[in-house]
Design a protein around this ligand. Structure first.
Ligand code: ACO
Length: 334
């Protein structure tokens, strides 16, 4: 998806929402057999946010969306579409997109959900980019919202220390301006379906419908073979980061900031080192939020945008990896 057509796609606003409740590593020491020291050294995570029992993905997503619309200075009625990336939808149907559409009063917009796990925000940006390029829409809201705490097995120390809740959003707009700010230059997507068994939630779908057995066997929780996932995460994100830059003919030395998916500080550092980037060039917030799946990169993009540390023309790349496996990258010229 290079960009030679006259329509260009820009990010005109970003937003995020994090639940108030903070769960620290010390709190986790009281839930499973773990330690603050193990979690910090093996993952880099110090704390994560946890939604309240009554909060679903659409509630977090709606708050992030309002924040992004305010930042973009547009009203919900101006939206042509809403795309929601999530693996923790409110329910199978209606889509979380339609629920958020109703919450916002975005009457003109069509809405849909998309599942690409932790790469979901980048996949959703790609769909929005394509709709805008094809002139199907002129303004699209992309939301990534996750309440992973609701599908976390709080008896499994291998996974429960890694995950958190949150939502991020971005408003994308089509423009014919020659050199617009925050322009998407390229998007790269890939999937490796052969690795589906390494990271999944086995029950609740049509393969293993909910039953007394499925609940008893704890099959409605996220399952992960962490070690195998770690190795492929590094390789896939490196490939995605390189391919995204290649697609817009941008060399690595032009890259100002990499915003990688935040699953583990060791994965983030491995990618930064192999690309030859300094620590200032690699964004990190895994210490504060853990892994929020699709919401991770969206929240990070909002934090970076609002920190005002980037200058016009800077090259920024988002890169992510998740269950599927899926991976993807998106290069933005600030
Ligand atoms: N506290 C204490 N000990 C623990 C904990 C814990 N929370 N969790 C695991 N351990 C133990 C294990 O039981 C194991 O003990 P054993 O050797 O006696 O069996 C030991 O620590 C080492 O376990 P490893 O699995 O080798 O630890 P590793 O260094 O690989 O770290 C981790 C595990 C953090 C899960 C890492 O593999 C990882 O980050 N994987 C990738 C995660 C990821 O990228 N996910 C991507 C997407 S997520 C999504 O799509 C929702």
């Amino acid at each position: 998806m290079g960009s030679n057509n006259e329509i260009k796609v820009t990010i005109i606003g970003t937003g995020s929402y994090l639940p108030e409740k903070v769960l620290t590593n010390r709190d986790l020491e009281r839930i499973v057999d773990t330690s603050d020291e193990w979690i910090v050294t093996r993952t880099g995570i110090k704390e994560r946010r946890i939604s309240s029992p009554e909060q679903a993905a659409s509630d977090l997503g709606t708050e992030a969306a309002k924040n992004a619309l305010e930042n973009a200075k547009i009203s919900p009625e101006e939206l042509d579409a809403i795309i929601v990336a999530t693996i923790t939808p409110d329910m199978f149907f209606p889509s979380t997109g339609c629920i958020i559409q109703n919450n916002l009063g975005a009457k003109k917009a069509f809405a849909l959900d998309l599942n690409a796990a932790c790469s979901g925000f980048i996949y959703a940006l790609a769909v929005a980019y394509s709709f805008l390029k094809a002139k199907l829409c002129s303004k699209i809201l992309v939301v990534a919202s996750e309440v992973l705490s609701k599908i976390t097995d709080w008896q499994d120390r291998n996974t429960c220390v890694l995950l958190g809740d949150g939502a991020g959003a971005a408003v994308l707009s089509a423009t014919t301006e020659k050199d617009p700010p925050k322009q998407i230059l390229s998007i790269f997507l890939a999937s490796q379906g052969e690795y589906g068994d390494l990271l999944n939630m086995p029950a609740g779908g049509s393969r293993i419908p909910a039953s007394v057995e499925s609940v008893k066997n704890r099959l409605h929780f996220l399952k992960m073979k962490g070690k195998e996932v770690f190795r492929i995460a590094v390789i896939s994100m490196l490939e995605a980061a390189r391919r995204g830059l290649e697609m817009c003919n941008t060399s690595l030395d032009k890259l100002k900031l990499l915003i990688p998916h935040q699953a583990n500080i060791r994965i983030i550092n491995a990618i930064g080192e192999r690309l030859g980037l300094s620590s200032e060039q690699v964004y990190v917030n895994v210490d504060r939020y853990g892994n929020m799946s699709a919401a991770t990169v969206a929240v990070a993009l909002d934090e970076v945008t609002k920190s005002n540390k980037l200058n016009r023309g800077d090259i920024v790349e988002l890169v992510a990896f998740g269950a599927g496996f899926t991976s993807g990258s998106c290069v933005i010229q600030w």
